[in-house]
Ligand binder design. Structure first.
Ligand code: NAD
Length: 249
């Protein structure tokens, strides 16, 4: 899974899985453009990774002008963008009856609109290069519904449609587009959320590294024949229900 010399733009890179992926890419010899609304945190991470490898850019993924600025700054520093990881996302708790217009629009505009705007912004650069890999972070909540997070579920299902639409439009330009569907991963987003992991056959959370491995695979040429596809890393959660008919031993 060679990503040496690739230039990778990651949204939501200040913390959680995005920050972890940034470190893994930089360690593997890639250059990273790190975008987030948490300016201080993302700048500190870029400083830690070093000027030669990392650039922090202010990025609210729901704002087209921020994407344009991030792409321009990244190209000015590193000359190209080979990989886009649409990772930024927010989780809000409300069911359909109680979800306000503002909350619905905010979740959709960040989780789904942000990915769309990111793809649109990097296209001129990737088309010019004649290659690219775009990785959209969805969720197991994009494969099955969870009650009480209706806007989030809708946004993560939407990522699958966006991924396929982009994949078929862009294959002719050498640009691949795939989605990643993590299960419960140990980050701030889900801290103390789960009482147990009985719904997961592996009976545990995943670690950010286990998603980074998949993202790096999709970024690399090792996944050269994969586009418009869905890659799941969830400890078996969407495979089926564990223990439903378990007999007492
Ligand atoms: N943690 C999980 O269990 C889990 C499971 C499935 C999918 N996901 C998805 O993985 C992605 C990363 O999640 P995480 O667990 O690392 O979350 P996190 O909350 O730890 O990190 C999310 C990052 O996105 C940034 N962000 C939020 N709004 C933004 C915006 N408008 N513009 C730019 N950046 C913004 C945050 O500042 C933060 O740095 C998200 O898309 C999330 O929905 C997470």
């Amino acid at each position: 899974m060679d990503v040496t010399g690739k230039v990778v733009l990651i949204s939501g890179a200040a913390r959680g899985m995005g920050a972890h992926e940034a470190r893994r890419f930089a360690e593997a010899g890639a250059c990273v453009i790190l975008g987030d609304v948490l300016d201080d945190e993302v700048r500190a991470l870029a400083e830690d990774l070093g000027d030669a490898r990392a650039l922090a850019v202010p990025l609210d993924v729901s704002r087209s002008e921020d994407w344009e600025g991030a792409v321009a700054a990244g190209v000015a520093r590193f000359g190209q963008i080979d990989v886009l990881v649409n990772n930024a996302g927010i989780l809000r708790f409300s069911n359909i009856e109680t979800c306000s217009d503002e909350e619905w629009e905010k979740v959709l505009s960040i989780n789904l609109g942000g990915a769309f705007k990111g793809i649109r912004a990097v296209l001129p650069v990737m088309k010019r290069n004649g290659s690219g890999s775009i990785i959209n972070i969805s969720s197991t909540a994009g494969l099955k519904a969870f009650g009480g997070v209706s806007a989030y579920v809708t946004s993560k299902f939407g990522i699958r449609g966006l991924t396929r639409a982009a994949a078929v439009e862009l294959a002719g330009h050498g640009i691949r587009v795939n989605s990643v569907h993590p299960g419960n991963i140990d980050t701030d987003m889900v801290e103390d959320l789960y009482p147990n992991f009985n719904h997961v056959p592996m009976k545990r959370m995943g670690q950010p590294d286990e998603i980074a491995n998949l993202v790096i695979y999709l970024a690399s040429d090792a996944s050269s024949f994969s586009t418009g596809a869905e890659f799941v890393a969830d400890g078996g959660e969407t495979g089926g229900m564990p223990d439903l008919f378990a007999q007492p031993s």
